[in-house]
Write a protein that binds this ligand. Sequence first.
Ligand SMILES: [Zn+2]
Length: 212
Amino acid sequence: MKLVLEAEPLGVVVVARCDLRMDGCTATEPSPVTIVRVGAQQDQFVVCRACLEKMIQEGEWSVRGARINAPVDFVLKDSLERSMVAIEVKSMPRTRALNIERWGSSIRRNLAAHAALPGFPYFLLVLVPEVGLLWSNPDSEYGDAPDYNFDLKELELEDDPVPLEDGQGAQEWAARALDALLTGKLHPSGLWWTQSGLGKAIEGGRMKRLPA
Ligand SMILES: [Zn+2]
């Protein structure tokens, strides 16, 4: 019988080389990685998200509690199958008094605490029906403000308006918009797409939808 070790991501993100460096590792050079405590001896490893997922998929490690398999809604991979963009789709908060960028930062910090983000160069938060927030510097602190803030209308295809509410409709819409970005049907002109390098980074890539 195979022994499955219990692994506990500590929610601590550091910049280092991944200890595992398996196929598809995103931190073979110093990159954001998370600290994981493993087994009865509580050995500590720093691992990238890709290797952490792989260890879980291959049944080497189990993670209790953390929503480690489906922490974000979508992942965009580049042409070399590297995970480039983590995407979360949510509703705009109902209160207008809230600072939207600060609110977005708290979502990002919370995902990071569940080891959902290390290893992704970009994080895109889609706040239906209005705003997209993009973090394009993986070395920024998880509480930092987004690098770009853009109007979701930039992701609208003809006759496919942004849905008003979060939920299944919003997920489906986001999937169509992301597909349009990847297949070149959408050409955003905003700096979030051009200046951030995001457009180039995912050229020839593909979308992966994670189970809810
Ligand atoms: Zn790794």
